[in-house]
Design a protein around this ligand. Structure first.
Ligand code: PLP
Length: 400
């Protein structure tokens, strides 16, 4: 009898973590490595938010709380959805978990039965397909390409839907491409979903506040109010407030779904950290004054990286609307041989050779379901980005 569960045997370890580990090993061996793999902002949690956490400790708010969030945080989340997205939710429609990832996992494990399909647009965040597999479902990948700005077309969405489809997982701005859907682009997809009433929408809006060039963020239940009753709108404080370590994510949706997710959470992790919940209230209700300057900072870095990468022979880098990633194509490098003698047959080999020959750590596109590409996270200093682009250029110029 096998010791490990069948569902676990279908899951692969995170490739983004594998890259980070390899880069750390090289660094520990004394190599000069620039890491462009991180999925978190490089700035510190704002002081007012830290202070709220410290105050919560001083006030003894250090005990178990309601399983899926304290009423004060749920009220702040309802206010946030109304203020930013024009969506009305009651506290009973809100759930809080230990990070956005946890909330998504709760939703999938509360709803998926063997054979249920989940449509995932590619390029996708690495965790979606594996979370679906762990929860016993079947990921169905619907590909978007560089030609459509990495955005799923209504036709590709429709082609992926079957009678077995339970969810569409939607993510804008996207990890790994940075692509964000305007309200009218989104409407093209919601029009398709209106024709398939058995399909639910899990929208991952975690990069909502990281958009540039006056881009206006939109979310499915706002664009098509008739989808409200079958949409789970997920968000969190990790990226916008640089609170990745605090582990607070949340979602809002129909009460019966939220109750089912609460049941999963009550028998697994129980409440998210009490101190972090109080800090998250300050994040959502306190000053939002750093969001705009952060957008400006990330926009400048995006422009620096896009320009730097487009100067590399064989690389084509589109300009994304948001998040802190770019997803260049390396189609022009495939079939060539690096200065170190490695034949570049795919994006994984490209990324490994780049790390070994030039000390730049990026994540290969196959990990996100679309090749030949790689992902750069530009949540690092201008100096590191400039140096990394210089090294990538030298690597590409050395290809023969
Ligand atoms: C698209 C996307 N969704 C969700 C998450 C998870 O966020 P959290 O840290 O809140 O679990 C991430 C983190 O990398 C992400 O990129």
């Amino acid at each position: 009898m096998a010791f490990l569960s069948d569902s676990l045997s279908r899951v692969k370890p995170s490739p983004t973590i594998a890259v980070t580990t390899k880069a750390s090993e090289l660094k520990a061996a004394g190599r000069d490595v620039i890491g462009l793999g991180a999925g978190e902002p490089d700035f510190d949690t704002p002081q007012n938010i830290k202070d709220a956490g410290i105050q919560a400790i001083a006030d003894g708010k250090t005990k178990y709380t309601a399983v899926d969030g304290i009423p004060e945080l749920k009220a702040a989340i309802c206010d946030k959805f109304k203020r930013d997205n024009g969506l009305e939710y009651t506290p009973a429609q809100v759930t809080v978990g230990s990070g956005g990832k946890h909330v998504i996992y709760n939703a999938l494990s509360a709803t998926l039965n063997p054979g249920d399909e989940v449509v995932i647009p590619a390029p996708y965040w690495v965790s979606y397909p594996d979370m679906v597999l762990l929860a016993g479902g079947e990921p169905v990948i619907a590909e978007a390409t560089i030609e459509t700005g990495f955005k799923l077309t209504p036709g590709a969405l429709e082609a992926a839907i079957t009678p077995k489809t339970k969810w569409l997982i939607f993510n804008s701005p996207s990890n790994p491409t940075g692509a964000a859907y305007s309200a009218s682009e989104l409407k093209g997809l919601t029009d398709v979903l209106m024709r398939y009433p058995h399909v639910w929408i899990l929208t991952d809006d975690i990069y909502e506040h990281l958009v540039f060039d006056n881009f206006v963020f939109a979310t499915p239940a706002q664009v098509e109010p008739e989808l409200y009753d079958r949409t789970l709108t997920m968000n969190g404080v990790s990226k916008a407030y640089s609170m990745t370590g605090w582990r607070i994510g949340y979602a809002a949706g129909p009460e019966h779904l939220i109750a089912a997710m609460r049941k999963v959470q009550s028998q697994s992790t129980s409440n998210p950290c009490s101190i972090s919940q109080w800090a998250a209230i300050e994040a959502l209700e306190g000053t939002q004054s750093f969001i705009r300057p952060n957008q400006a900072l990330f926009k400048n870095r995006r422009d620096l990286v896009v320009k730097g990468l487009n100067a590399c022979p064989g690389i084509e880098c589109p300009v994304p609307e948001g998040a802190f990633y770019v997803y260049p194509s390396i189609a022009g490098c495939i079939g060539k041989t690096s200065a170190g003698g490695v034949e570049i047959t795919d994006d994984e080999i490209f990324a490994t050779a780049l790390l070994e020959e030039e000390g730049v750590a990026v994540v290969f596109g196959a990990a996100f379901g679309l090749s030949p590409h790689f992902r750069v996270s530009y949540a690092t200093s201008d100096e590191a980005l400039t140096e990394a682009c210089g090294r990538i250029k030298r690597f590409c110029e050395g290809l023969d």
